[in-house]
Design a protein around this ligand. Sequence first.
Ligand SMILES: NC(=O)C1=CN([C@@H]2O[C@H](COP(=O)(O)OP(=O)(O)OC[C@H]3O[C@@H](n4cnc5c(N)ncnc54)[C@H](O)[C@@H]3O)[C@@H](O)[C@H]2O)C=CC1
Ligand SMILES: O=C(O)[C@H]1O[C@H](OP(=O)(O)OP(=O)(O)OC[C@H]2O[C@@H](n3ccc(=O)[nH]c3=O)[C@H](O)[C@@H]2O)[C@H](O)[C@@H](O)[C@@H]1O
Length: 443
Amino acid sequence: MNIAVIGTGYVGLVSGVCFSEIGNQVICVDNNEAKVEMLNEGNVPIYEPGLKELMASNMQAGKLSFTSNIADAISQSDIIFIAVGTPSLPSGEANLSYVEQVAIEIGSHIESYKIIVTKSTVPVGTNDRVRELVSSISSQPFDVASVPEFLREGSAVKDTLNPDRIVIGTDSDRAIKSLKKLHRPLTENLIITDIRSAEMIKYASNAFLATKISFINEISNICEKVGADVTRVAEGMGYDKRIGASFLKAGIGYGGSCFPKDTQALIQIAGMVDYDFRLLKSVVQVNQDQRFHVIHKLEEALGSLKGKTIAVWGLAFKPETDDVRDAPAIDIIQHLSDAGAVIKAYDPIATANFRKEVDVASITWEENPLHAAEGADALCVLTEWKEFAHIDLNELAGIMKDPIMIDGRNLYSAEQVQASTLQYYSVGRPGLTKLEGKAAAII
Ligand SMILES: NC(=O)C1=CN([C@@H]2O[C@H](COP(=O)(O)OP(=O)(O)OC[C@H]3O[C@@H](n4cnc5c(N)ncnc54)[C@H](O)[C@@H]3O)[C@@H](O)[C@H]2O)C=CC1
Ligand SMILES: O=C(O)[C@H]1O[C@H](OP(=O)(O)OP(=O)(O)OC[C@H]2O[C@@H](n3ccc(=O)[nH]c3=O)[C@H](O)[C@@H]2O)[C@H](O)[C@@H](O)[C@@H]1O
């Protein structure tokens, strides 16, 4: 099939590459010409395992190309995917201006029947708005559909080629037939529904996953006070099929370009219809507070942070990505700097992106984790990169001024911690916390 994908961010690029991989002819469009040039040279603007190789092989096979000319892409395609950003407005609502702009451009260029599919995460009613905009400009026949995207950064290619389900929301039998045919090579689990339900499925899914994370983070906070181990609690809960084991890792709260934005947007969507989404508001608040538990633990270990040197391992919002959008590390580093600490930061790949996000004077950017830790009063682990997991903790303790580690991701096992001389603080595993001169608070 002939596909146009508008927008070459995470979703557009990965979808375009994967659609070509399963045998379609794909043109990806972006209005950022520098990005298009980069892609045409075979370079990938994001770090995503496996993407560059797959993109190169499909470009070589003539199945995938990049352009900034939307008119060409539309004329050569049967199905047009809208995959542009829907960032938060200051109110928390989704900014739909990019989606609307693309709808206007599609309306200006269609010359024959098209299926216009919104892949961007959009509030209920947006596909109706797309339909309205296109038909206000063009009298050509077209259908609209909502096919939300569920990929995760860091495993985007794998997720796209092996999805748990594909949701297809449309009121057109013709669109259902084509979209089933397009997606069937990826999975048999195709959920056909109406447009509004499809739009809602995406927000409800992200909000539910965010709720699981805030729930387990609150459980971890209680575990710290009652002497239980949150990793054991999550394991024990996860064997219950009704609960499931995933998204129960306690830590420093969720970040990234989607959960923070989509939870806020859903609160706004509810508010528009006079519904106060109290549960989700709490999820957001718990998440915001959780980031600062790292700071509380540092203060517990060091007292005032003024003039202290704090090493930070991990800046990306999660491993296997260089994305730092709404990474907990941004708030934590800003707070450390405001408290007068000197920061030595290291991330395997996200440092360049992070430097564009934070503007603090008291920070040095280190080239390796041990350099960052050398001479530090304490070390905070903020992203669970694999390369940190294998570091010799006694060697680490030996080069620090004070061997204090705040492990915000529960990266280290009980055995590793117990065999080390670190003064170790975890998330919700108080039995491992070695406190100088006082026992962990167990009631
Ligand atoms: N990043 C992720 O992991 C996921 C994102 N989503 C959703 O997918 C949507 C896209 O997200 P990202 O890929 O992260 O976005 P992004 O913001 O990284 O990329 C959007 C791209 O669209 C381009 N663009 C904007 N206006 C355009 C226009 N008029 N014509 C052509 N290109 C245009 C921009 O230049 C940019 O390259 C959002 O709604 C997001 O919530 C859904 C699932 C996963
Ligand atoms: O709509 C989106 O953009 C995407 O948002 C998330 O994907 P992503 O943000 O890439 O990453 P996740 O793996 O979901 O992690 C999000 C955040 O939650 C945190 N997290 C995740 C899982 C967990 O158990 N605990 C936890 O703290 C991660 O550290 C990270 O900061 C969803 O998992 C995707 O299904 C969805 O498509």
